[in-house]
Ligand binder design. Structure first.
Ligand SMILES: [Zn+2]
Length: 696
């Protein structure tokens, strides 16, 4: 059920994700503060002059100029793989949520049923001693289930059960909007079952890649030992698991291919799926997940399901049982693991893959866990105390301004035929805006949260959510749905919904600062609104029409010209160095780079229109020492201030469709001459090259 995991899972980059977020996986998973303190985190203002390194010429290296002092003022905390401006917003939000959760976890006070649930969920997560004392006991029913597997025919029921509680063995199963008819909700099965972040981790050559694989096998062995296996057997079993996963990886698609909606959309009859993977009784599988009667579904990657059959056929039952035990503990949220297992998990995924030095404080993990488990219940409490009508009204106005700017831009695109332009405009005018929180809150009445049962709570919350998702299959699409909780510091565009979504927690300073200048707010929030809107017209989003259907609405010539323009960005970004000898993957990051470039241009145009309306001279310096135009770009640039451990950058370049933050800043301003003009740069300087790319 990993459809939208890309937002939340640094290490489980699974799922046939179509939704495109403003930030990558690192935006969510690891956010926290130093382990040794509960220090307060301030929200940065719209423009923070303390961050500026004035020894650098902005025309040479803009992000270094705008952000040069950031890492001196805010070094990367030991428990984090990186720390940046938007992490700060997230960390601040976590502190607010922490206070709210502490209040509702207090059993002596009166609470609403939802408050009671999140309070109990959080308090149970916080009771580390109870989790450690219980050891493997809470896992016993699941371990018994696996031990009872005496025939491969019994796998169907077990895998159906595992999918419902988010144990990602062998493949993933969920629902989605039908790409070709966005009014319909369909079932989908997808590749999965890997423990390393992405398929290429199993095949990449070189010392670093080989070390990662060796350490991964050692980590699997450690976890099997902690599950009670003798060390020798665990080492041999870990290698068998590695072989099994490598076979799955071989038939998996890589992250770049998975951005192409046509490559992950293969409608099939269940009878056809049954021919690909006869080892699983699919009608029985669907019935077990309480969705009987499915006749057709999306098999995202048919080759994978053919390969899965070969894996299931050639693997002996004992190895399958061992693999299922590994998947059980590896899929379990880490807070519910007893300490020795949590430590081992941290050593590999936290330290080795991400570069974190120490474990996150418990309360931070538990705030995240509660948000993951009961996102809209905690979100409702958050919104009631933290989100104002002003934030909503300002954002609505901003969205309106940016849409106007895009409408005007479409008129100026002379490479585009009138026919395609009219359809682009129709799509633009159909984009739905979701700001702050959903109109209808989720009903958690049927979810049981038991104080003192951490693992049970995690499984029940997963099952509750999966049942809710799967119940949508065969029913008309609910256009009100939100896929992020209101307390999430992120935003997204969903091409099937054709909507842009800005959770309440995203709309805080510096992204929207009521005390900032208009220029600064356009540079922050205006950019992000433009970014999401442009996603509707990037290489991926442009393949969907205004109704959210995967339907070609372009003339062939227009598409050809569009592809030539995006090729420029593929090249440009593919030449940027992310870390050491690792370059950015220009194809994987194309959609995000297009959205970044279009987003800043649209925000700039909207700001110019706003300034004109208000009679502001955008070229006259004010008390800040900057002109409004410069303030606009400084605000944008400072969204990408930060420091990142090299391990994290390496991981993200291989898995995340977003370019690294400094490149997001410099890459975009290099393509926008208005930036160079604002700072008096000359053509030929690094931030004002003579071969800029322009898509939107
Ligand atoms: Zn994006």
């Amino acid at each position: 059920m990993n459809r939208y995991l890309c937002a939340a899972a640094l290490l489980l980059a699974a799922g046939f994700l179509v939704v495109v977020e403003v930030r990558g996986a690192h935006a969510q998973a690891p956010a926290s503060a130093p382990a040794d303190s509960n220090r307060t985190v301030k929200l940065l203002p719209g423009l923070d002059k303390e961050l500026v390194d004035s020894s650098v010429n902005p025309c040479d290296n803009f992000v270094q100029y705008a952000c040069g002092n950031f890492t001196k003022l805010y070094p990367v905390p030991a428990d984090l793989p990186g720390y940046d401006s938007l992490f700060m917003v997230q960390e601040h939000t976590q502190i607010v949520l922490h206070q709210l959760l502490d209040q509702v976890a207090d059993k002596s006070a009166q609470h609403t049923p939802n408050e009671q649930k999140i309070g109990d969920y959080y308090a149970t997560c916080m009771d580390e001693k109870a989790i450690d004392d219980a050891g493997l006991k809470p896992f016993q029913p699941e371990l018994d289930r696996i031990a009872a597997l005496s025939d491969k025919k019994q796998l169907t029921d077990l895998l159906a059960h595992d999918q419902m509680i988010n144990i990602g063995a062998f493949f993933n199963y969920s629902e989605q909007q039908d790409f070709s008819d966005a009014r319909q909700q369909i079932a989908a099965v997808d590749q999965g079952g890997l423990g390393l972040p992405e398929r290429d981790y199993y095949f990449r050559t070189g010392d670093a890649a080989e070390k990662t694989r060796k350490d991964y096998v050692a980590h699997v062995a450690t976890m099997l030992t902690l599950l009670g296996e003798p060390a020798d057997k665990a080492a041999a079993d870990a290698q068998k698991i590695m072989d099994l996963e490598t076979a799955l990886a071989k038939v998996s698609m890589d992250v770049t291919d998975r951005r192409d909606p046509h490559k992950v959309y293969h409608m099939m009859a269940v009878t056809e799926l049954a021919q690909l993977t006869p080892a699983i009784d699919w009608p029985q599988f669907f019935a077990k997940t309480e969705v009987p009667g499915i006749t057709t579904l999306n098999v995202t990657n048919p080759d994978f399901f053919k390969g899965l059959e070969a894996v299931l056929d050639s693997t002996d039952l004992e190895t399958i049982r061992t693999y299922l035990r590994w998947q059980l503990v590896n899929s379990t949220p880490s807070y519910a693991l007893p300490k020795p297992m949590y430590d081992a998990d941290f050593d590999f995924y936290g330290k080795e893959l991400s570069g974190e030095q120490v474990e996150r404080p418990r309360w931070k993990r538990c705030v995240t866990a509660t948000d993951n488990g009961l996102g809209q219940a905690i979100g409702q409490v958050y919104v009631n105390s933290q989100f104002s009508a002003t934030q909503k009204a300002f954002t609505s106005q901003m969205v309106h301004d940016i849409e106007d700017a895009m409408d005007g831009e479409l008129d100026k695109q002379d490479w585009m035929s009138a026919e395609t332009r009219a359809k682009a405009k129709a799509k633009l005018h159909m984009v739905a805006n979701k700001i702050g929180y959903p109109d209808h809150w989720r009903d958690y009445t049927k979810l049981t949260v038991v104080r003192g049962d951490a693992l049970g709570n995690a499984f029940r919350a997963a099952e509750f959510e999966n049942k809710r998702l799967l119940a949508k299959i065969g029913k008309p699409v609910n256009r009100d749905e939100w896929f992020m909780s209101p307390s999430t510091v992120n935003a997204y565009y969903d091409p099937s919904m054709n909507d842009i979504n800005f959770p309440a927690a995203f709309l805080q300073s510096p992204i929207y600062d009521p005390n900032a200048t208009d220029a600064e707010n356009y540079g922050h929030l205006g950019f992000f609104v433009g970014h999401e809107l442009t996603h509707g017209f990037d290489d991926q989003g442009s393949q969907f029409d205004g109704n959210g259907n995967l339907k070609d609405w372009w003339t062939a010539d227009d598409r050809k010209r569009f592809d030539t323009m995006t090729d420029c960005e593929v090249h440009e970004y593919g030449n940027f160095t992310a870390v050491d000898d690792v370059k950015v993957n220009g194809k994987l990051t194309l959609g995000e780079n297009t959205a970044d470039n279009g987003g800043l241009r649209l925000a700039y145009l909207a700001f110019q229109a706003d300034a004109k309306r208000k009679g502001i001279d955008v070229t006259a310096k004010d008390d800040s020492g900057y002109t409004p135009n410069q303030q606009f770009f400084m605000a944008f640039g400072q969204d990408w201030c930060g420091g990142w451990r090299p391990q994290l950058t390496r991981l993200l370049v291989q898995t995340d469709p977003h370019s690294p933050d400094p490149i997001r800043a410099n890459g975009v301003v290099q393509n926008l001459t208005d930036f160079g003009n604002a700072f008096g740069c000359k053509v030929g300087q690094p931030m004002m090259p003579d071969n800029a790319c322009h898509v939107w």
